[in-house]
Write a protein that binds this ligand. Structure first.
Ligand code: SF4
Length: 713
């Protein structure tokens, strides 16, 4: 048996794993006791990874060879890699030649490794000269990026997991940490057990398992977070709990914000958020007066039409109280995906450039162009996720390359997404699993390697970079994601008549070294972090500059922020209600979210019966009073209908939900959840009914709220 140190491919906690293999197949997995994210622990998903890599499952569920579909709706047939990449190159070159570079788009994934991400970003921006490269991380953390940049000056979580142990108050908001980040939650439980004086405030419309550990639960109404945060600041100001010295020395813009929160009185906040004034006061007191306050937040803030404002308004509280840049304190955005952070670092989104550079800054564009050896990189921001599929549905984007993600299930407003996939002239799907809904729309399927087979790096929520290592050989004809992108890029470079050799990479390490160099002098400078150092010293947090012996645990300890004058900026943001408020025809607020034992669209976890034991089928959860008023019994089938479509699911009583609220887990797609769009097209999954309304700054869609009606089927 051989043992290989690697990283769990699921959530942003980024737990270290030790893969056991017999050389040919993965035979076991256990937590890596030396990895600082988990110290040997794994949750149900991580500890069953080896079962998802079993040969029987690989045979049934994996995409193992390149496949061509001559006509939509027909079964695909096997082709060679040479033929597949030749077709992709010729078709992309023709579309670019006839319609320009912005007629193509790349939709990639926070589950790709940093090296994969780097090549796709350079391919789009450096070779093709389009910024149309976006990712499913847009659905996950783009509001967190925008919130950090708006207030602290850079997209850099300033905290670390060790801060959980040092906090006097932990403020958890919009995050079911107990289920979505289980190993981090264990750490919170232990910290609380060690220090019973620690206060935990949990704030979420649903009373999830995370509430069990809370000293105070604030069941705010969906979408009212900004009003809550402003209301907390109002009380802190009134009571004299703000930190005047910190505000004066390290921030700008407090007076403007004070004028805004003056209107957010306890009465107004209580009515808007649906919580008591007493609880609001207690939360303000604990947040402000604790020796160190750490806030943990996730999709409840991010997946919102006010996502940036929610993030920024929470960070305002840390700046106003000085709870930042010291042990146990700071605003800590939890990333959903294993490598949402790595994607941000290489600039792999439609509005970012490499190493946290700004697309709008001519100097930054020139730096990236010089690094890559190209004349320029385009200045026009590319299409973000929702915009990209809308552009394809409108006929503006004609060729789409989708890698390691399943937009035909995970994107909101599936009606538009599926119209886009049908209308696009050429769709390439680069995937490990043949079972995803998006595969049905592919003209060309390219088989990719996956966990246990891949080599590269990922960055977790606390800026910690870990190695991902292969334990077994690639099955069938599968290739690594970076390798597929490089081969395509090299062919396209020739076909477009470019004299450059931008993609002369033989290994993921050669890509990593170029990425490292791109970070020189930037806030995330990792010029000192080689693969050799990761191998010898283990996972490291960025920055880690040339000559450093270890990464930086915590940022802004000196009170200096990466802004022009070194000061952070209070964000004077206004509270806005959800994009689609409840109304008489659609009287329920629908929220969506994760379950404990499944991951995203279940392409991996859906292969294991033992993970279904927790929640075996999709349901819509409602408050029992709402059910009895509608004469609904447990298990009755109901239509859940929004303006965009309808699905049919069994109903389940859930006292954890407030009145007029409903919840459906995100994991089930067309295979399990029947439904149709408002035009009658048969599609499914909860995203048949969610809205693609998005935050105007981060462009992150409001997956956490849609107005629906619920009627017996
Ligand atoms: Fe994997 Fe996240 Fe579970 Fe850790 S907490 S084992 S990273 S799914």
């Amino acid at each position: 048996m051989t043992e290989t140190r690697s990283t769990c491919p699921y959530c942003g906690v980024g737990c270290g794993v030790i893969i056991e293999s017999d050389g040919a197949q993965v035979t076991g997995v256990r937590g890596d006791p030396d990895h600082p994210a988990n110290f040997g622990r794994l949750c149900t998903k991580g500890s069953t990874l080896h079962h998802t890599a079993a040969p029987a499952i690989t045979k049934q569920a994996r995409l193992l060879h390149p496949m061509r579909r001559e006509h939509r709706g027909e079964a695909p047939y096997r082709v060679s890699w040479d033929s597949a990449l030749g077709l992709a190159t010729e078709t992309f070159a023709q579309v670019i030649g006839e319609h320009g570079p912005d007629a193509v788009g790349f939709y990639i994934s926070g589950q790709l490794l940093t090296e994969d991400y780097y090549v796709f970003n350079k391919l789009a921006k450096g070779l093709i000269c389009t910024n149309n490269v976006d990712t499913n991380s847009r659905l996950c953390m783009s509001s967190a990026v925008a919130g950090y940049k708006m207030t602290l000056g850079a997209d850099a979580p300033p905290t670390c997991y060790d801060d959980v142990d040092d906090a006097g108050c932990i403020f958890i908001v919009g995050s079911n940490t107990a289920w979505a980040h289980p190993i981090l939650f264990r750490r919170i439980e232990e910290a609380k057990a060690r220090n019973p004086q620690m206060k935990i405030v949990f704030c979420d419309p649903r009373r999830t398992d995370t509430a069990e550990i809370a000293d105070l639960y604030l069941p705010i109404l969906p979408g009212t977070d900004v009003m809550l945060f402003h209301g907390l600041l109002h009380i802190m100001l009134w009571e004299g709990w703000t930190n005047g010295a910190y505000i004066a020395a390290h921030t700008n813009g407090f007076d403007e914000l004070k004028a805004t929160v003056r209107e957010c009185t306890p009465e107004t906040v209580s009515q808007t958020c649906g919580i008591t004034k007493e609880d609001l006061f207690t939360a303000a007191k604990w947040f402000a007066t604790s020796p160190a306050t750490l806030s943990l937040y996730c999709q409840g803030l991010n997946q919102s039409s006010s996502g940036t404002a929610k993030n920024a308004a929470l960070i305002n509280l840390h700046l106003a109280t000085g709870h930042i840049g010291k042990p146990g304190a700071g605003p800590f955005s939890l990333t959903g995906q294993p490598n949402a952070m790595g994607g941000r670092e290489v600039g792999g989104l439609a509005n970012l450039l490499s190493a946290h550079r700004d697309m709008a800054d001519p100097q930054h564009r020139a730096e990236v162009a010089a690094l890559w050896g190209v004349p320029s990189v385009p200045d026009k921001p590319g299409k973000t996720a929702v915009e990209m599929f809308q552009a394809a549905a409108d006929g503006e984007i004609k060729a789409l390359w989708i890698a390691c993600t399943n937009p035909a299930q995970s994107m909101p407003d599936q009606s538009t997404v599926r119209r886009a996939l049908e209308r696009a002239e050429f769709v390439v799907v680069q995937e490990s699993f043949a079972t995803t809904s998006t595969c049905d729309y592919a003209d060309l399927l390219l088989p990719a390697t996956t966990w246990g087979e891949k080599d590269g790096t990922v960055t977790n929520s606390e800026r910690r970079i870990s190695r991902v290592r292969p334990a077994v050989a690639a099955p069938g004809s599968t290739r690594h994601d970076w390798h597929i992108a490089v081969e395509f890029a090299q062919r396209l470079e020739k076909r477009l008549g470019r004299a450059t050799k931008l993609f002369a990479y033989a290994t993921p390490e050669s890509i990593w070294n170029e990425h490292r160099e791109s970070t020189r002098g930037r806030d995330l400078d990792i010029t000192g972090l080689s693969y050799a150092m990761l191998d010898s010293a283990g996972p490291q947090q960025w920055p880690l500059r040339t000559g450093d012996s270890a990464g930086r645990k915590r940022l802004y300890e000196d009170g200096v922020f990466p802004t022009a004058d070194g000061k952070a900026k209070f964000a004077n943001v206004a509270y806005k209600p959800v994009a689609e408020p409840r109304e008489s025809r659609f009287p329920f607020s629908l929220t969506t979210g994760r379950l404990r034992d499944h991951w995203h669209g279940m392409s991996r976890t859906g292969t294991l019966g033992r993970l279904f034991g927790h929640v075996p089928e999709p349901v819509v959860q409602m408050n029992p009073s709402d059910m009895s008023r509608r004469l609904l019994k447990e298990g009755d089938l109901v239509h859940v209908t929004s303006k965009r479509g309808s699905i049919v699911v069994p109903v389940q009583a859930s006292p954890e939900l407030g009145f007029s609220q409903a919840f459906i887990a995100m994991h089930w797609g067309s295979e399990y959840l029947s439904g149709c769009t408002s035009t009658g097209a048969q599609i499914a999954g909860v995203n048949a009914i969610t809205t693609s309304s998005y935050c105007p700054t981060s462009k992150q869609p409001e997956l956490k709220h849609a107005a629906v009606k619920i009627l017996k089927a």
